[in-house]
Write a protein that binds this ligand. Structure first.
Ligand code: TPP
Ligand code: MG
Length: 356
């Protein structure tokens, strides 16, 4: 096997005596069951998204639909490092994978995508507007970067509950994209988060593109892990196509922020295989580019190879996992297709209606 690339690298070292240094992360060492569980989760997200793409093509999903295919290792590695329910998670509109990794039932996510009453937002939110506070999942936000200050607010609540109310605290994982990283509100948030030492991990999912604009074209500083430096927020750049590198970095970041040392910024270098949304002509990149990354860096293939090489499962056992995942996704789609739409009397309930 080729020598693994260094999984993570650190931002500029802090000035001695002025900033504490984050410990150097190591690639996570899973046991067999944990690595198989990572594989299963990544595969569940991939197959779920493929099915969502099919249902969209059949006209069963309306509105926007942004698929997460290619980025599965990011959310799988990170979510495995936190405590579901105790900690909180918030992201943008590319959110189906985050919900599955939070442990939300694929059936209610698919039912929401197809606008059914059994959906997690009762069929009225759709792809971009799903929430489950019971799972610590706070959306699902269609406004680019809007989730970043809200994530700091969630972290503030965690800190307040712990320090003022004496309740159990927690940390927030606030995910956003490389395009969102150029939004002004991100930097107001960085300032307050560090000033107040909020328990938040900012996760930039750098999938190389914001709609049709590449990160290098739009970003004066394209090493996004450095974006917190002027706020004294340390950053790590991580191979987001390697679930074990992601988990290793997540462990360091979560331990740091849980200990009251303030925010951490993780730049996950990843890639989306599909278009920005379902209506993307993809003229800004070549098919070869996508095919090459799929071939060389696919996170699921990589995990499968390593699982077999380490003797954690046989190829036949991985095929069995695949079969079970396909069955789960088929069941979710069948459930969604058969579920009734919301009653028309429900049209305005739980919906903010502005009257002018
Ligand atoms: C404030 C705001 N500006 C513009 C848009 C339109 N828009 C939707 S997604 C997007 C690109 C964001 O890219 P990135 O942050 O890299 O996330 P990705 O889609 O790659 O996950 C834009 C410009 C929006 N929804 N909100
Ligand atoms: Mg992007």
């Amino acid at each position: 096997m080729a020598k693994a690339a260094r999984p993570v690298s650190r931002a500029t070292p802090p000035e001695p005596g002025r900033l504490e240094a984050l410990p150097e992360p190591e690639r996570f060492e899973p046991d067999a069951a944990t690595y198989r569980a990572f594989y299963r989760m990544m595969l569940l997200i991939r197959r779920f998204e493929e099915k969502a793409g099919q249902l969209y093509g059949m006209g069963l999903i309306g509105g926007f639909c942004h698929l997460y295919i290619g980025q599965e290792a990011v959310v799988t590695g990170l979510q495995s490092a936190i405590t579901p329910g105790r900690d909180s998670v918030i992201t943008g509109y590319r959110d189906h994978g985050h919900m599955l990794a939070c442990g939300i039932d694929p059936r209610v996510v698919m039912a929401e995508l197809t606008g059914r009453a059994a959906g997690i937002s009762r069929g009225k939110g759709g792809s971009m507007h799903m929430f489950s506070p019971a799972h610590g999942f706070y959306g699902g936000h269609g406004i680019v970067a809007a989730q970043v200050p809200i994530g700091a607010g969630l972290a503030f609540a965690h800190k307040y509950r712990q320090e003022v109310l004496g309740e159990e605290g927690g940390v927030c994982l606030a995910y956003f994209g490389d395009g969102a990283a150029n939004q002004g509100q991100v930097y107001e948030t960085f300032n307050m988060a560090e000033l107040w030492k909020l328990p938040v991990v900012f996760v930039i999912e750098n999938n190389q593109y914001a709609m049709g604009t590449s990160v290098n074209r739009a970003s004066a500083e394209d090493q996004l892990y450095r974006r917190g430096e002027s706020f004294r927020i340390e950053g790590l750049q991580v191979d987001g196509m390697d679930v074990l590198a992601v988990r290793g970095a997540a462990d360091v970041a979560v331990a740091w922020t849980r200990a009251g040392r303030g925010p951490v910024l993780l730049e996950m270098k990843t890639y989306r295989y599909r278009g920005h949304s379902m209506s993307d002509p993809a003229k800004y990149r070549t098919r070869d580019e996508v095919a090459r990354i799929r071939e060389e860096a696919d996170p699921i293939d990589r995990a499968a190879r390593e699982i077999v090489a380490r003797g954690f499962a046989t190829e036949a056992e991985l095929r069995e996992i695949e079969r079970a995942v396909r069955a789960e996704v088929t069941e979710a789609a069948d459930f969604a297709e058969q579920a009734p739409e919301p009653d028309t009397a429900e049209l305005a309930t739980d919906v903010l209606v502005e009257r002018y």
